[in-house]
Design a protein around this ligand. Structure first.
Ligand code: APR
Ligand code: ZN
Length: 230
C-alpha cells in the first residue's frame, strides 16, 4: 500500500470537547452561518465575525487532542505507506496530536490573513476588526478561514493525493459540504478502498465500501492497531 488519504471533520474533535456544526446544539444552532462564516457577513459586521473566531481560537487552545488524533499520528510514523491528512477543521488538534503531513483545506484559527495583500501571519489570540497587516500595513486583517462561497485551500494538491490513494478514510464529517464531500467519489474512481468513521451514516455514506460506526477515539484507534499489525 503506497498512500493512505484521510479526510477529517468536526467529529474527530468532538471528544476533545469542541462542538460540531450540525448537531442539535452545534455551532450552526447557536450562530447564523451567513452572519459569521461568509465574506458578506464579515463586511456587514466584522466585529461579530472576529469575535466568533476569537471564541473558537480560545476554545481550541483550552482542549487537548484525543486518542483519534494520536492514532493518526502513530499511523503516519509507523506505517510504510505515505499518510496524508486533509482536515476541514480549523483547530490545531491534529498538529498537537503529532500529525505532520496535514492540509487545512478550510483554513486555520492560528493564522491571520490580509484581505488586501494575501499576506499570512500567526494570528494573535484576540483579533480586532481593522487590525493592521504587518506586511502592507492596511487595516485589513481577517481570520484565515475559508468562508462559504470561498475556494478551499490546496485543492489541486488534494486531488492529486486522492488520485494516488490506495486507502481513503473519512472521519467525523457529515458529508454536507463540498468539495470535501466529493472526495470519496474521487478516491473510488482511483480504485481506493473507502471507509467511513462516524456515529451514523453521513450524507454520502452510501458511497463508502466500509463503515465503522462509533466514537472516533475508539474506532480510529482500533483501525490503526489493525493496520499496524499487518
Ligand atoms: N466520532 C465520530 N464521528 C462523530 C463524533 C465522534 N465522537 N461526534 C460527531 N461525529 C460526526 C457526526 O455524526 C457528523 O456526521 O461528525 C460529523 C460532524 O458533522 P458536521 O458538524 O457537519 O461537521 P463537518 O462535517 O466537519 O462540517 C464540514 O461545514 O460548516 C462547515 O466549514 C465548516 O468544516 C466545516 C464543514
Ligand atoms: Zn497586507
Amino acid at each position: 500500500m503506497r498512500k493512505i488519504v484521510i479526510l477529517t471533520g468536526a467529529g474527530i474533535s468532538a471528544e476533545s470537547g469542541i462542538e460540531t456544526f450540525r448537531a442539535e446544539d452545534g455551532l450552526w444552532a447557536q450562530h447564523h452561518i451567513e452572519d459569521v462564516a461568509t465574506p458578506e457577513g464579515f463586511v456587514r459586521d466584522p466585529k461579530l465575525v472576529v469575535d466568533f473566531y476569537n471564541a473558537r481560537r480560545a476554545q481550541a487552545a483550552s482542549v487537548e487532542p484525543n486518542a483519534a488524533h494520536r492514532a493518526l499520528a502513530r499511523l503516519e510514523v509507523e506505517h510504510e505507506a505515505e499518510v496524508v491528512v486533509i482536515t476541514q477543521n480549523v483547530d490545531d488538534l491534529h498538529e498537537r496530536g503529532g500529525t505532520t503531513t496535514l492540509y487545512h483545506m478550510h483554513g486555520h484559527l492560528k493564522s491571520a490573513l490580509c484581505a488586501d495583500c494575501d499576506h499570512r501571519w500567526p494570528a494573535p489570540m484576540v483579533m480586532s476588526p481593522g487590525d493592521a497587516c504587518p506586511s502592507c500595513t492596511a487595516p485589513s486583517a481577517r481570520p484565515d478561514i475559508v468562508w462559504f462561497g470561498e475556494m478551499p485551500y490546496d485543492m489541486e494538491t488534494l486531488f492529486r493525493h486522492l488520485t494516488e490513494a490506495d486507502l481513503f478514510a473519512a472521519i467525523g464529517t457529515s458529508g454536507n459540504v463540498y468539495p470535501a464531500a466529493g472526495f470519496v467519489a474521487e478516491a473510488r474512481r482511483s480504485g481506493a478502498h473507502t471507509i467511513e468513521f462516524n456515529l451514523e451514516r453521513s450524507a454520502v455514506g452510501n458511497q463508502f465500501a466500509e463503515h465503522r460506526i462509533g466514537p472516533a477515539s475508539q474506532t480510529v484507534t482500533a483501525w490503526v492497531d489493525d493496520l499496524l499489525k499487518k
